[in-house]
Design a protein around this ligand. Structure first.
Ligand code: HEC
Ligand code: HEC
Ligand code: HEC
Ligand code: HEC
Ligand code: HEC
Ligand code: HEC
Ligand code: HEC
Ligand code: HEC
Ligand code: HEC
Length: 410
């Protein structure tokens, strides 16, 4: 009995599968041939007119949708790529251009132009060329972003013939544009679609892990450090000299860093040591002058920053020497000890430095205040003597004031 039942089930599954396959084959669009569009909906809509091209588009999305809401239609381009012609009005209606309070849903013709149909323009050569050309429409309405973007690395790359450089549509999409502002995770993933290896590194860094795994938006995302539309080349001397301030914007913020129990003296101590002082001077005198002194990321890395106690960290004990050797090739194993690190010297951290430091901290103010005391008492003594005489009286003899000193001290 059980076996027959199982048999029946197999037969049923077979029949159902075969039926479904037939239906799919029958309905599957033939994408290799030219798309041929039926116009039944238009005929129904405009009262039986048999010629859809006679009707000019008027911003009526339904008109374009007659053909473009048909799934599976593609058109082959000269370079072997293709365009997927399936675009529904819903996609636009659900995007920022449909849901925003400040406006009506954008119509197809707002971006594709009043004369979008009939399609008389030459078919694009390649889908990439089409995307780049079509991104121009975004600039008509979003003037500020477009202006910033024109000064950025991607626009420059494009102008120099690198067609892979990002354009509006790469980062935002075309019909399904969504809010991306203040969504640092999404921003990182967007950049990561092209900068894949940097994204992978970043994802495993302390910053990337904080943001992408723990959802902690205090951590920097790609655009925190690089900007968005006007991204400048990060490998210039200017970017390098300014970078300590970039890190400091968070790492010198006491309230923020207290949450993570991370020392904020890193920036001050850096500025006080030989590397930092020089970089700061370079930055002040000529931000474009190259400095070979270490900045934060020379020691910590950039997209791969991890805490010092992580064995992968460039500043982990076992890797520190190699890090210093990038610039101090002759450094020996005790070389890193020459640098007191970010910590203020203390009785436990670098005790010798601490003691010398303490000695100077006591000695110098001690000597100075003794000096000030002597000078002050001297002035006091002089003015007392002057004040005690009549205004017309001649100034006191040198010997007189000097003799006042022992009086005071006594
Ligand atoms: C009668 C069917 C039909 C209608 C109506 C129609 N299109 Fe098309 N559309 C096509 C076909 C077919 C193609 C492929 C053209 C080709 O061979 O390159 C296409 C291609 C496109 C392309 C790709 C770029 C190109 O030129 O190949 C865009 C963009 C487009 N249509 C937008 C629109 C818009 C906007 C509307 C409404 C104003 C619209 N279409 C109305 C059939 C239609
Ligand atoms: C916000 C502007 C905007 C609106 C509104 C818009 N489009 Fe587009 N459309 C674009 C851009 C930009 C591209 C190029 C996209 C790409 O290359 O990835 C494009 C590409 C297309 C294509 C070519 C296939 C593709 O997806 O690349 C078709 C077809 C198309 N649009 C039809 C429509 C139809 C139909 C509507 C109305 C329902 C519409 N568009 C509304 C901007 C828009
Ligand atoms: C016809 C004008 C027009 C065109 C063309 C246009 N947009 Fe918009 N866009 C708007 C308007 C209006 C808003 C809503 C502004 C608002 O809510 O403050 C908007 C909103 C946006 C937003 C959301 C802003 C936010 O507050 O988060 C993004 C992102 C965006 N557009 C990107 C694009 C991209 C990418 C293109 C090209 C594919 C494009 N737009 C084409 C008019 C346009
Ligand atoms: C390399 C990716 C990238 C490119 C290229 C790009 N954007 Fe953006 N855009 C973003 C990101 C990420 C944000 C979110 C910024 C934020 O969170 O502050 C954004 C924000 C926006 C906003 C919303 C700004 C606001 O204040 O509400 C608009 C509008 C916009 N972009 C339009 C454009 C236009 C137009 C272009 C082409 C000229 C363009 N973008 C090119 C990544 C990009
Ligand atoms: C569509 C792919 C793509 C996307 C998305 C993209 N980029 Fe790029 N990016 C490139 C290409 C290609 C270049 C090289 C341009 C050139 O030829 O100079 C580049 C260059 C850069 C550079 C300069 C590199 C250098 O050595 O000078 C930086 C920085 C950069 N991108 C950051 C970003 C950030 C941040 C984002 C996200 C907001 C982003 N990119 C999104 C493709 C992309
Ligand atoms: C904490 C700040 C910071 C964050 C976060 C950050 N970057 Fe960078 N990025 C830098 C610095 C600094 C440099 C310059 C490094 C150098 O000169 O060696 C750089 C260099 C680059 C370069 C060009 C050099 C190269 O290695 O090709 C690209 C492209 C880039 N970053 C993309 C990204 C992307 C994509 C993300 C997000 C996944 C990101 N960055 C996150 C600070 C940052
Ligand atoms: C937008 C703020 C921000 C910026 C900019 C930033 N950081 Fe961070 N950084 C953080 C936060 C938040 C953490 C703690 C993340 C956690 O522990 O989950 C952190 C952690 C670290 C750590 C690990 C500390 C430890 O021992 O736990 C190092 C090292 C570090 N950052 C170095 C840098 C360097 C170098 C730069 C500049 C290239 C930089 N950061 C830029 C916010 C920032
Ligand atoms: C990006 C390159 C770079 C890195 C990385 C670097 N330094 Fe330096 N450092 C310099 C330069 C340049 C000087 C100045 C040398 C001079 O003026 O003779 C310097 C000077 C010094 C000095 C002063 C004494 C001297 O030799 O002039 C010490 C100590 C020092 N570095 C320690 C370190 C330690 C420890 C590390 C690793 C934790 C390190 N440095 C990593 C570039 C670097
Ligand atoms: C010459 C190499 C070097 C430079 C330059 C450097 N660091 Fe460090 N940093 C280290 C080392 C080594 C450690 C681990 C031991 C220590 O804290 O002294 C460290 C530790 C840290 C920590 C962890 C502190 C904690 O509380 O656990 C942070 C955060 C940090 N550095 C940020 C920065 C920032 C921001 C800059 C630039 C302003 C910078 N570093 C410049 C080598 C360097």
């Amino acid at each position: 009995m059980k076996r027959i039942l199982r048999h029946q089930r197999h037969i049923f599954t077979f029949c159902f599968g075969a039926g479904l396959a037939l239906v799919i084959i029958a309905l599957w669009p033939d994408s290799s041939s030219q798309p041929t569009f039926k116009h039944p909906v238009v005929e129904a809509q405009d009262g039986g007119s048999s010629n859809p091209t006679a009707k000019q588009p008027t911003g009526n999305n339904a008109y374009c949708a007659v053909c473009h809401s048909q799934e599976g239609r593609t058109v082959a381009l000269a370079d072997g790529t293709s365009l997927d012609l399936h675009v529904t009005p819903d996609a636009v209606a659900d995007s920022v251009h449909g849901t925003s309070n400040s406006q009506e849903t954008l119509g197809c013709v707002d971006c594709h132009g009043e004369s979008a149909f009939p399609h008389v323009e030459a078919r694009p050569e390649s889908s990439r060329e089409f995307t780049i050309k079509m991104s121009q429409v975004c600039t008509d309405c979003h003037v500020d972003e477009a202006q910033a973007n024109a000064d950025g690395v991607h626009a420059h790359g494009l102008a120099n013939g690198n067609l892979r450089a990002a354009v509006c549509v790469d980062c935002h999409g075309a019909h399904d544009v969504q809010h991306i502002k203040d969504q640092p995770q999404l921003a990182a993933e967007t950049c990561g679609t092209c900068h894949t290896s940097i994204f992978d590194e970043y994802k495993q860094s302390i910053h990337g892990e904080a943001l992408l795994v723990n959802g902690d938006t205090n951590a920097p995302t790609c655009i925190t450090c690089h900007g968005v539309h006007g991204i400048s080349t990060p490998t210039t001397a200017q970017f390098r000299n300014r970078s300590p301030e970039l890190c400091a914007s968070c790492h010198a913020d006491k309230k923020l860093m207290a949450k993570y129990d991370i020392s904020t003296s890193v920036f001050d101590t850096y500025l006080n040591e030989f590397h930092g002082t020089t970089v700061a001077l370079f930055e002040q005198e000529d931000p474009n002058a190259a400095s070979n002194k270490a900045v934060c990321y020379d020691c910590h890395g950039v997209h791969n920053i991890t805490p010092a106690n992580n064995s992968k960290s460039q500043v982990a004990k076992q890797n520190l020497l190699a890090t210093c050797q990038q610039c101090h090739p002759d450094a020996s194993s005790d070389f890193p000890d020459a640098w007191v690190g970010h910590f203020e010297p203390s009785r436990t951290q670098h005790p010798l430095v601490y003691v010398v430091d303490l000695f100077y901290k006591i000695l110098i103010p001690g000597v100075l205040s003794g000096f000030v005391f002597l000078v002050a008492t001297d002035i006091f003594a002089r003015t007392k003597h002057v004040g005690g005489r009549k205004k017309s009286a001649p100034p006191p003899k040198e010997g007189h004031t000097e003799s006042a000193k022992p009086e005071k001290e006594g």
